[in-house]
Write a protein that binds this ligand. Sequence first.
Ligand code: EPU
Length: 431
Amino acid sequence: MLNDSPITIVGGRQLHGEIAINASKNAALPVIAAALLTAEPVTLHGVPRLSDVYILLDVMAALGTHHTWVGANSLRLHTPAVTCVIAPDELVGKMRATFLVMGALLARQGEAVVAPPGGCTFSQRPVDQHLKAFRAMGAEVRVDGGAYHATLRGSASGSVVFDLLTVGGTQNAMLAAVLGDGDVTIDNASIDTDVMCLADFLNSLGAVIEGAGTHTIRIEGVPALRGGDFRIIPDRIEAGTFLAIAAATRSRLTLTNVIPSHLRAVTGKLRDMGAVILETGDVIMIDARDELRAVNVTTSEYPAFPTDVQPQFSALLATVGGTSVVVDRIYPGRTTHVAQLHRMGARAELMGETQIIHGGPLQGTTVQATNIRDGAALVIAALAAEGESTIEGTVYLNRGYERLVDRLRAVGADIRQCGEQAALPFAVAME
Ligand code: EPU
């Protein structure tokens, strides 16, 4: 359905024009999983057409959710009854966010069987905090046949204190806690934008969740959730990627459909580098046509600099004269892009897991993406490099970036991909 053939880019062209940012993949996935909580239909607007979304929809179809695309990016979900509490292993193993069905199944059915999730392989990504949260609110969790079996007799209630800030753990705990007649408090909760988006969605269906966006979230169980309509927030990671593209190609670009306050760590860093950034309403204009300076980047939990924009910034910094140091505190091993940047002539070293980048010109060549964000980093490097590059492994780009080739071509990039871009399957009725 999505075109996985290699992308070819002739770099060195300045870009210009406007790009509309899509809704957030990482905000959409938990909201889609949350549709398991209600017997009423929900319609989500701004759902990106990405392979991760399709995989989660397949998992939910196996659990009893019917879905229909009712517009290019509008998705109707309906789970009149949960028909199965066992998530299919082979699908759960394909990505991380599938694990969020566990909290929703526990809340609605009191039982869930979900295998350890897959996802990008740049780091160990345990689910111990998710399981700890379920136990803290009264569930029994055991491991059997390679899957986690959780049961919850009665309503979720109790106090969850996370050992670290986890976006998915906080979301799974919220999903497990919203139904019933118990109260749950979550301390050391993630304050990520995607946690706030999920709380806003659940509250719009009648849940009682207070404090999302702070480190203490209080949830009062309700007997049932109703249906409704909801719009997913803009993707700050996609916006961060296009800002890095603008800077790496020394261009002036205007991004629309953004929430500038979600991007302060990224725009602040670009200002430190010497780019001009103007923000008006839901628009960010970046002008990076003057000389840029090297900077150091350290990722941490929101609102700090996001790990999901780290590889893209490494690629950008590889084009900027001077020495930059990049440290990823969330996923220290998220450095798969470095070896590929070497192939393009980047002078980037790994000292342990710290990237030391001496910026300079890059040369086009053939490189291989191995996950969503290192794929985006390679696109950025190729757009900035002299000559032609071919990026293989575009299956990963399709997990995070909708119609990337068309959108980059529209702002002047010399980019092409073999094979026709398949038409979007509108109104693929599953009901
Ligand atoms: N962690 C644990 N135990 C847990 C949960 C997390 O040790 O039970 C650790 C992780 O290993 C990591 C840190 O805590 O070191 C933070 O992980 P978090 O739970 O916040 O991440 P996630 O919810 O699994 C989401 C995004 C990731 C993004 C991270 C961090 C989705 C589907 N994924 O993952 O996105 O990197 O938050 O912001 O929302 C991507 O889009 O490329 C991507 C990988």
